[in-house]
Structure formats: structure tokens, C-alpha cells
Design a protein around this ligand. Sequence first.
Ligand SMILES: C[S@@+](CC[C@H](N)C(=O)[O-])C[C@H]1O[C@@H](n2cnc3c(N)ncnc32)[C@H](O)[C@@H]1O
Length: 319
Amino acid sequence: MMNGDVIDPSILNFQHVPVLLHECLDALQLKQNMVVVDATLGGAGHSREIVKRISGGTLVGLDRDTTALRFSANVLAEAPNVEIRLIKCNFCDIADIVNSLGIHQVDAILADFGVSSHQIDTVERGFSYTQDAPLDMRMDTDAGKTADSVVNGYHESKLADIIWQYGEERYARRIAAAIVKARPIRSTGHLVEVIKNAVPSGYGKTGGHPAKRTFQAIRIEVNQELESIQKFLDGAIEILKPQGRLAVISFHSLEDRIVKQTFKRAATDCLCPPKIPQCICHHRASIKLLTKKPICPTIEETKSNPRSASAKLRVICKL
Ligand SMILES: C[S@@+](CC[C@H](N)C(=O)[O-])C[C@H]1O[C@@H](n2cnc3c(N)ncnc32)[C@H](O)[C@@H]1O
């Protein structure tokens, strides 16, 4: 849908190094004429290599970020002999979106969760705790909820729960209380100062920036990231062809836990509690796990792209 749009020159410097690129390409076992979904198109770092391997096939690229789609439309316009369908949407709707294109089963799906380097490095989008910007953090800039509405609008206890659950931040209650006291907070710089003043001095000297966990938590809440991942995984498994492959890269333990548990459940025949002598759930495995342990970046990749350090790739095959 974005093909043919006039390209805004400000997006031409879109920088994002694809993570675990060769591992993903190997995992997806791409061949000519395949139908592939890249559920997190970003800067098409993975997709520009995918299209080289599926001549005669179709690439469906999804992203909720208009800038990413516009940039990628330009990159992929040069793909020879591959039908490119780019859609602005939340990947949680993958099954409905793909069906609405008249495609009912796909050969391979890739998801590379989280934010792109371009999103983090575009200061005014407010993802970074290292530069001052308005409190935004939306991946989809048309969406209603912003970091400002969370920081300035949520009840203290809800804010504390979010910072605790999504940031795994041990000083969540203190930080939430300090935020409520300092309202209104209108910029990332002000929020960082409030967080720094709420935690013990010296906190963050070893475990990263003191605002890192709180920023992660607010970003997850603004973009409803974990709910989207769960729904995406269910939909992706549903639309895969038998023998089709799904490769998923996660970047923190909350994402990886959802992926691991969903795959484990889908790969298991009976889900009855062990004390029940005979199966009454009639659940049947629909996938096979191809990675018992996740694939992680090599030391070389981590050195050349430090943002890849926490990446974990899990791969399944539909039965
Ligand atoms: C890590 S980047 C992907 C980078 C891409 N693989 C590349 O190499 O260029 C993640 C992308 O997924 C998008 N994204 C994250 N969550 C999404 C969701 N729920 N629905 C649609 N897109 C999403 C973000 O906007 C971002 O562009």
C-alpha cells in the first residue's frame, strides 16, 4: 500500500542493523515462490535479504510505524520478481490481515520484537533516556496513548505496578511516588531527573542507567507490547502451512517468557494436570520446537552491534 509514495528525505538516513540475520535466514529455510510475512519490517534489514531468496513469491511486511514502512517500501522497490505487500497495522492482527489479502497459509514468518534503532535515535519520539524530548514513546504515532498520558494520568499504584512488572524495577514504588509528586512532567529529561532523585545514589552504576527499567516499563505500557506479542504468536501459528517456519527474536525476559511458554504449550499433546489418569483436554501439539535453547548472537555480532547483546532467537515448525 505504501509503494509509489513520495519518499520523505528525512527518513533516508534510517539506521538499523538487523540482528541475527544469517541465523534467521537459515531458520526460515527460504525458497523460490514462498509466501513470507515479516511482522516487524522496521528498516527491512531482514526483508531485503529475504526477498533475494523467494523469487516468484510474496513478502508481506507489517509495521505499526509509518516511517519504517515508507523507508522499507523504497528499499524493497528494487526486489526483482517478488510481490511486496506492506501494511500499517499491529502485528497482533496478523491472521486477519493476511487473510484479508486473500492469503490463507504462509510458508515462513519472522518477528524481531521491540523498537528499531531508528525509533530510539529519533530524539523527538522520546524513547531515549539520554536526550531530552517530549514524553511520547509511541511506535504508532497515530495511537492515542503516549508516555505523557501514562506518566501524568495513571494512579500511583497502577504506575508502580507497571514499573515493577514491565521494568522489573526494584524501586518501582519509590519512583511512582516521586513521579506523582513531581507532576506535571512534560519531558524525558525531567522524568530522568525525577527517577534519579527517587533511587539511592550510586544505583545504576553497574546495572545500567537508573532510568532504563522505568523507561522500558512505560514504553511497554504505551505500546501494549506484551498483549500484542501473545496474540501475534497465536495468529502466526494459525496461519503457518504444515512444515512452515516461525522465527522470533526477543530482547528481554518478559518477551522471551511469553514466546517460550507459548511454544512449549503449542508443542505439547496433553495439557491435563499430571494427576489426571486419562487425558480430558484433547489438546494436540500443533508445532515442533526447533530450538530447545534460544540462539544468541556471537561475540563478534555483539561487538559490532551492542544493541544485539540481549537478543534470543526461537524457531518452530508447524506440524
Ligand atoms: C527491532 S525493529 C525490526 C527491525 C527489522 N527487523 C530490521 O532489521 O530492519 C521492530 C519493528 O517492529 C515494529 N513493531 C513493534 N511492535 C509492533 C507491533 N505490535 N505491531 C507492528 N509493528 C510492531 C516497530 O515499529 C519496529 O519498526
